[in-house]
Design a protein around this ligand. Structure first.
Ligand SMILES: *[C@@H]1O[C@H](CO)[C@@H](O)[C@H](O)[C@H]1NC(C)=O
Ligand SMILES: *[C@@H]1O[C@H](CO)[C@@H](O)[C@H](O)[C@H]1NC(C)=O
Ligand SMILES: *[C@@H]1O[C@H](CO)[C@@H](O)[C@H](O)[C@H]1NC(C)=O
Length: 517
C-alpha cells in the first residue's frame, strides 16, 4: 500500500514510468530505494535481513542512443519485399501500453517449462538466454497456448490476414482477452515484431531483422536441394525452400555459457516463426551472430539452422532414369542478401549483412544451359490480361526439356492519390487533449470497392486498434473519415492507417504526431 511513492521515484529513475507509475518496475544493475515496514519491528541484535544484489547485467548496452532505440522506442520499421525492391513498413511495438507487464508475465507463466516445474522456471528468469528462448516458444502457437497462429495459404477464415496488423499490442491484448487462444493469423514478420515488443518490455535490447533470399534447410545439412528430372522421370520432392525474405529478431545479451572471453556476447538471433523443432519444441535461438559469421555451427542454440538461412549452398540435381543424381549447379552466393534492420535514431535502413557473412568469392560451378533469359511484360491495363513473353537463348547444342515457373506479386497499389492522409493539424498536439485525424481515400480504379474498412493503430494515442467499416466506394469517389481521440503520452508518436477492401488488401500509410507534454 506504500508502494505508490516508491514506484513514482524509482520508475522515473529506471525509465519505466512509461510502463506504470503504480507498480514498482526496476531495471537490473541500478540502485533503487525500498522501504520495508516489518511487523513485528526489526530487532538488529536478534533478526537477520539478507539481500543479495547483483550488479552485473547480461543485457546492458553501454550506448545511450542504442538503449533508446532497442529498449525504449515503441516505433519500428520492418523490411519486406524482395532484395532488389526493399519495402519498408512501419510497425507500432507498443511495449509500454496498458497491461503489457501483466501480458508479458503471463507469456512466461504459460510456457511449458513453467507448467512442468514452476520453481525452476521462475528462478531461471534472471537469465536472458533462457527467457528469450522461452519467448520464441510462446510467440507461435505450435507448442500449445502460444500467441499467434500462422497461415501461409489464402484461407484467413476466423481471423485476419497477416498483412492486416500494424502493431503488436492489438495482437497481445487479443490473446490475453480471449483466455489465451491463439490470434489468427501471423507470418514471419508479425511473429518477429510481436517478439520484439515482448523483449523490449522485459528490458532485453531487441531489433527486427530481415534476410532476403532466406533458405529453409529442413534436414540441417546446410544445402538447399532442388531436383530436376531427365526425360520421363518424375522430379524428386524437396522439402527445402528459399523464401524471398524471412524476418527474425536479434536480442542483445552476453553468452558466458559459450565463452569466458566474451567472444559470443552481443546480438543473438531468435526466430519465433515455427519452422523446425529444437529440443522437441518449435523455438529457435539464441544463436550468436558472431558464431554464424565464423561458422561455429557446433554451438547452441540452433546455429546450424540460422547459418543455413544466410549461407546455404543451393544445389540443383539432375535425377537420371536409373535414379542416380548429377550435381548440375552449385550456387553459393544466392542465399542471404541485403540483411537489414532499422538504424539507431533514424528511419534509415542499416545493412548488417557483413555481421552475418564473410565476403564471398564468386564460385562458378555452374553449367550454363541458357545464355539469356529475358522477360517482357506488357503494360498492365485495368481489366485486361497482361502478356508475359519469355525469351531463352541456348548456348548448347543439346536438346533440353525444361519447366518454367513464373511468380507474379502485386507489390503496391499505386493509384493516385490512394490513401492520402491526414489533416495538417497533427504537429502540435497536447497530451490529454482531444485531437482529430482525418483520413482521405480515393478509389482510383474502375471498379466498386466493397467490404472497405479503415484500421488505426498508434501507441500513446489510443488503446489498441480503431476499426471503422466504410460503405462501398464507387470509381473515382472519395471517402473522408474523421477520428477523434485523446493522446495520453507525450513525445513523437506514430499514427498508422490501414485501408482494406475485397479487391486489394491492406494499404498502409503512417505519419508522425508530435504530442507536447
Ligand atoms: C541489395 O539491395 C540493393 C538496393 O535495393 C539492390 O540494388 C541490390 O541489387 C540488392 N542486392 C542483391 C544481391 O540483390
Ligand atoms: C543434403 O541432403 C540432401 C537430401 O537428403 C542430399 O541429397 C544432399 O546430398 C545432402 N547434401 C550434403 C552436402 O550432404
Ligand atoms: C549490403 O552489404 C553487402 C556486404 O557488404 C553488400 O554486398 C550489399 O551490396 C549491401 N547492400 C546494400 C543495399 O547496401
Amino acid at each position: 500500500c506504500r508502494s505508490l511513492a516508491v514506484a513514482l521515484t524509482n520508475n522515473k529513475e529506471h525509465r519505466t514510468s512509461e510502463i506504470s507509475v503504480k507498480e514498482l518496475i526496476v531495471r537490473r544493475g541500478q540502485a533503487f530505494k525500498l522501504t520495508l515496514r516489518l511487523a513485528p519491528p526489526f530487532r538488529p541484535t536478534f533478526d537477520q535481513l539478507t539481500m543479495t544484489v547483483v550488479t552485473e547485467d547480461w543485457v546492458f548496452l553501454p550506448d545511450e542512443a542504442e538503449r533508446q532505440e532497442y529498449v525504449m522506442n515503441e516505433h519500428g520499421i520492418i523490411y519486406k519485399g524482395v532484395d532488389k525492391y526493399i519495402d519498408p513498413t512501419h510497425w507500432d511495438f507498443g511495449q509500454f501500453e496498458e497491461d503489457m507487464v501483466k501480458i508479458c508475465m503471463k507469456i512466461l507463466d504459460y510456457n511449458v517449462k513453467h507448467k512442468q516445474d514452476p520453481a525452476d522456471d521462475v528462478s531461471a528468469r534472471c537469465n536472458p538466454i533462457y527467457v528469450s528462448r522461452v519467448v520464441t516458444c510462446m510467440i507461435n502457437s505450435e507448442n500449445g497456448g502460444g500467441i499467434l497462429k500462422g497461415q501461409w495459404g489464402m484461407d484467413f477464415r476466423g481471423g485476419v490476414p497477416p498483412t492486416h496488423w500494424s502493431g503488436s499490442y492489438a495482437i497481445l491484448k487479443k490473446w490475453s482477452n480471449s483466455v489465451f487462444s491463439s490470434v489468427k493469423y501471423g507470418q514471419c514478420w508479425v511473429y518477429a515484431a510481436v517478439m520484439c515488443s515482448v523483449m523490449r518490455l522485459l528490458g532485453i535490447p531487441c531489433r527486427v531483422v530481415t534476410n532476403y533470399q532466406s533458405a529453409h534447410d529442413t534436414n540441417k545439412n546446410l544445402t538447399v536441394d532442388t531436383y530436376y528430372a531427365d526425360y520421363g522421370v518424375r522430379e524428386k520432392e524437396s522439402k527445402d525452400s528459399v523464401w524471398n525474405y524471412h524476418v527474425w529478431v536479434e536480442g542483445w545479451m552476453r553468452r558466458p555459457d559459450l565463452a569466458k572471453d566474451g567472444k559470443y556476447d552481443g546480438w543473438q538471433v531468435l526466430d519465433p516463426t515455427p519452422q523446425e523443432k529444437s529440443d522437441g519444441m518449435f523455438c529457435c535461438g539464441p544463436a550468436p551472430v558472431s558464431a554464424i559469421r565464423n561458422g561455429d555451427t557446433h554451438l547452441k542454440y540452433d546455429v546450424p539452422f540460422v547459418f543455413a538461412e544466410v549461407n546455404a549452398d543451393c544445389i540443383t540435381w539432375l535425377v537420371k532414369r536409373d535414379g542416380s543424381m548429377v550435381n548440375i549447379e552449385t550456387d553459393s552466393i544466392k542465399i542471404g542478401q541485403n540483411i537489414s534492420t532499422k538504424s539507431v535514431g533514424t528511419n534509415d535502413r542499416m545493412n548488417i549483412t557483413d555481421s552475418y557473412k564473410q565476403k564471398e568469392v564468386a564460385e562458378s560451378k555452374r553449367l550454363h544451359f541458357f545464355k539469356f533469359v529475358t522477360l517482357k511484360v506488357s503494360k498492365p491495363v485495368d481489366g485486361e490480361d497482361v502478356s508475359l513473353k519469355l525469351i531463352l537463348n541456348s548456348d548448347s547444342s543439346a536438346t533440353r526439356r525444361l519447366s518454367i515457373s513464373v511468380a507474379v506479386q502485386a507489390m503496391r497499389f499505386t493509384g493516385q492519390p490512394a490513401g492520402n492522409i491526414l489533416s495538417e493539424a497533427l504537429e502540435q498536439e497536447l497530451v490529454n487533449r482531444e485531437m482529430t485525424a482525418e483520413v482521405l481515400f480515393q478509389n482510383p480504379g474502375q471498379e466498386i470497392l466493397r467490404d472497405c474498412s479503415l484500421t488505426l493503430t498508434g501507441s500513446g494515442l489510443f488503446n489498441g486498434e480503431l476499426i471503422t467499416r466504410l460503405p462501398d466506394l464507387l470509381p473515382n469517389n472519395r471517402v473522408r473519415v474523421k477520428f477523434h481521440f485523446v493522446p495520453y503520452k507525450s513525445g513523437d508518436r506514430t499514427l498508422l492507417v490501414d485501408f482494406d477492401c475485397a479487391s486489394f488488401r491492406d494499404i498502409k500509410k503512417s505519419c508522425t504526431v508530435i504530442v507536447k507534454p
